[in-house]
Design a protein around this ligand. Structure first.
Ligand code: NAP
Length: 242
């Protein structure tokens, strides 16, 4: 059975990607950290899209939980192969560098960057065996441009961009592509407190993006036909930065 794993699939961009992949016929593993109600909501939308899936609760910032829950699932389901991995779970915790607490740095780096290593490493071995895989990392405009107040988040996302390019070179000959999506301002809980009316003035398309617009790009990169695109960072930002 063809499976896709979406980290942070309970809300926002991750949920839209889950629903899109379900519509393409994938069995979707929906990872989330704590919001059971929203995760259940994603699962019912996966079913409405004509597919099925299951919830996989673990904290992507915790390598022991990743090993126990995701590693446990992989060993218990040898008939199910994760052929699409979307590393999407992320947080931001903004502060100017001068006032940034160690905890803010550590949490943001662990959740956004370390998670890439610990989750991908587990899923990669079966992709290598089967000589097929699509790995898509959700990064950010901040990781390309750098944003004041986000040294932690910008560093983490830039780190994932570097890892995307390096891993793409390692696994290209085994039929695995590794790409990144770099959203600008997308309407989700993460941007709920931002003033769209004020910020849209600087966006050429004059609005925030929708999670479904990021999901559309994810589905394109996840398709078998995108086999010759790897090591790329695709910006989805309404023309804000390129
Ligand atoms: P969101 O609406 O805040 O949703 C975050 C999702 O990640 C939720 O499903 C949440 O699970 C999950 N999550 C958070 N920490 C986790 C952890 N430690 N372990 C497992 N799951 C965790 O965020 P979003 O806007 O959709 O963002 C998704 C990705 O896009 C992030 O990587 C973010 O950095 C990136 N991004 C977003 C924007 C934007 O404008 N929204 C722009 C650029 C990049 P729970 O529901 O259990 O909390």
């Amino acid at each position: 059975m063809k499976c896709a794993l979406v980290t942070g699939g309970s809300r926002g961009i991750g949920r839209a990607i889950c629903i899109k992949l379900a519509a393409l016929g994938y069995y979707v593993l929906v990872n989330y950290k704590s919001n059971q109600e929203e995760a259940d909501n994603t699962l019912s939308q996966i079913k409405q899209a004509g597919s099925s899936g299951e919830l996989l609760q673990f904290d992507v910032a915790d390598k022991i939980q990743i090993q126990e829950v995701l590693g446990g699932w992989i060993s218990a389901h040898e008939e199910k192969h994760i052929e699409i991995l979307i590393n999407n779970a992320g947080i931001r915790d903004d502060s100017l560098m001068a006032w940034m607490a160690e905890e803010q740095w550590d949490n943001v780096l662990k959740t956004n960057l370390d998670s890439f290593f610990y989750v991908t490493r587990l899923v990669l071995s079966s992709m290598l065996e089967r000589k097929y895989g699509r790995i898509i990392n959700v990064v950010s405009l901040s990781g390309l441009k750098g944003l004041a107040g986000q040294t932690n988040y910008s560093a983490a996302k830039a780190g994932v961009i570097g890892a995307t390019k390096a891993l793409a070179q390692e696994v290209g000959r085994q039929g695995i592509t590794v790409n990144a999506l770099a959203p600008g301002f997308i309407k989700t809980d993460m941007t709920a407190e931002l003033d769209e009316k004020e910020l849209k003035a600087m966006i050429p398309v004059k609005r925030f993006g929708l999670p479904e617009e990021v999901a559309h790009a994810a589905a394109f990169l996840a398709s078998p036909e995108a086999a010759y695109i790897t090591g790329q960072v695709l910006s989805i930002n309404g023309g804000l930065y390129s």
